[in-house]
Design a binder for this molecule. Structure first.
Ligand code: C5P
Length: 222
């Protein structure tokens, strides 16, 4: 069996995180959450009081922060300069700030380089927006996961609620829409489907169904 590079792209709330984690676990692969990397840069920027409009300062920040993934029991944690930021990077305001700063070429350049290093050996599932198009255009298996905006907003709402955040459904749907629009409209590495990606619309599918479809595709390519 070959150690593959598996790319999972798609808009927020499509189920990328859940599926990439469970696929990686099933295959014995590393799971690389690239959104968490952009979120960590946004979090560091906020903490240091950097102006979100200051593109060059943000580019420099992205070059210098240290982002690591460590395994802890069943889960995986994100460390920013040695500090666990796994929960802190998931708030709605960090989500919006992330979408903004991830449009900058300098920020993307630093993250893409790190992602290529982490994935180069294969045996990885990477999830994000531009994995199959920019980071690893030669990935062995590419998925593009989507679902209707309402369904994705609803999922994100449940997720945030489960974490104890006092969010409203309507506002969560609106934020998901705004973030998608920004991710698709940006000039640098916008969210687009790779031509050779297997597109899965999960609106009316259970997580388990999506999981089995994806696993089958990976096994076929191994
Ligand atoms: O996947 P997640 O929702 O955690 O990503 C947060 C934000 O990070 C996205 O809205 C997008 O702006 C950015 N992102 C990106 N490229 C990636 C992963 C995430 O631009 N590969």
């Amino acid at each position: 069996k070959r150690e593959l590079i598996v790319a999972i792209d798609g808009p927020s709330g499509a189920g990328k995180s859940t599926l990439s984690k469970s696929l990686a676990k099933e295959l014995g692969y590393h799971n690389i959450d690239t959104g968490a990397m952009y979120r960590s840069v946004a979090f560091a920027a906020k903490r240091q009081g950097i102006d979100p409009a200051d593109e060059s300062a943000l580019g420099r920040l992205a070059e210098t922060v240290r982002i690591e993934f460590i395994r802890q029991g069943e889960g995986e944690r994100v460390l920013l300069d040695g500090v666990d930021v796994s929960s802190a990077i998931r708030t709605p305001d960090i989500s919006l700030l992330t979408s903004r700063i991830s449009a900058y070429a300098g920020v993307r350049h630093a993250m893409v380089e790190l992602q290529r290093k982490l994935g180069a050996q294969g045996g990885v599932v990477l999830e994000g927006r531009d994995i199959g198009t920019v980071v690893f255009p030669q990935a062995d298996v590419k998925f593009f996961l989507s679902a209707s905006t309402t369904e994705r907003g609803r999922r994100r709402y449940e997720e945030l609620r489960a974490k104890g955040l006092a969010v409203e459904l309507e506002q969560t749907v609106a934020e998901v829409e705004a973030r998608d629009a920004a991710d698709c409209a940006r000039e640098c590495a916008p969210l687009v489907q790779a031509e050779d990606a297997l597109v899965i619309d999960s609106t009316a599918m259970s997580i388990d169904e999506v999981f089995r479809t994806m696993l089958q595709e990976v096994r076929r390519c191994q």
